[in-house]
Design a protein around this ligand. Sequence first.
Ligand code: NDP
Length: 397
Amino acid sequence: MGKVLIIGAGGVATVAAHKVAQNADVFTDIMIASRTLSKCDAIVKAIGNPTIKTAQVDADDVEQLVALFESFRPDIVMNLALPYQDLTIMDACLRTGVNYLDTANYEPKDEAHFEYSWQWAYKERFEQAGLTAILGCGFDPGVTSVYTAYAAKHHFDEIHYLDIVDCNAGNHHKAFATNFNPEINIREITQKGLYWENGKWIETEPLEIHRPLTYPRVGARESYLLHHEELESLVKNYPTIKRARFWMTFGQEYLTHLRVIQNIGMASIVPIDYNGMQIVPLQFLKAVLPNPQELGENYDGETSIGCRIRGVKDGKERTYYVYNNCSHRAAYEETGMQGVSYTTGVPAMIGAMMFLKGIWRKAGVFNVEEFDPDPFMEQLNKQGLPWHEIFDGDLEL
Ligand code: NDP
């Protein structure tokens, strides 16, 4: 049905490559390209399908990307590198007539700040080129946005309150590690909190607002209000939303390490001079922390991520909770990666599948909630991320 090029060879790309290879009726030709060729080759070896091609590319360099796209001629590129590469890859897509998908919105390297404006600015150019760009197709953003679209389509006339709740109740048995790229992860968590209420954004100090929330099959976990990118597009696409918030769980041990890291300046992204060399403390920290790709082996427990929604249907108030629980061990047994990479890589594959099947295909730049959620929800059940619903329960929020 179509040719796919995966860019990146980290945890998320590894899972996506496994799932793409499992759906050979849709993905007829596959290439994995990243900065380090040996990592792409290792993924192909782990999958055991020698027809998957590999290539070396620096995705910060548009000319290198253009040359690669012209030689492989993919139908769609799955950008599973880092948010820093979003714009260069989108530029190369426009130059070569290739469709685009990613899991995280653009972030400049020298400023810990993410927002959609940079990528939404490509809308007209993608429209004019007749190309599709699918933004934020991981779990959060991604599945949480599709859950919201599904709720709006089937269960509500108006959504009023949206709380996205993200719990990782897993244990990797390390003193401190992040579940995806440490640099991106620590930049996200140490930012100020932000939520939407009554038509405006309200800022909080980092991790200032928190409360225990109860997660299915997990129990109560302290959950912290964070700014998360899908809130920006969801409040725009669902203007009836009065309040939208994002919550993530953290253990005390994790928070203590994070506080120390910040207090000693290791979370800084301002370059310092070290023995005549410019180094960024956070990038150095990444180099000494455990590699998220290697956490899988001893990871037990599960993730539980979902949307808690309150609104009205047929004139009556109702609540709805839709969620998935994902076992780290099951993810590792299937793909060699832990649950956080799994919950991101599977939806990325489904998004590309939706495009190649012609179901999610329109010219322009879109967040995932702007497409029909039903076929995507159906695939979540088939591809390893089954979802569950609770109607009119206590949302705690
Ligand atoms: P990793 O750090 O494990 O992998 C990133 C990969 O990108 C590495 O293979 C790296 O190469 C490659 N890369 C980095 N820079 C370049 C470059 N200039 N050119 C080519 N390749 C490059 O990250 P993850 O797999 O954990 O995360 C991947 C993406 O998924 C991130 O954008 C992250 O924010 C996003 N994410 C989204 C989630 C969601 O739910 N929406 C959840 C979790 C992650 P090398 O191996 O040489 O370092």
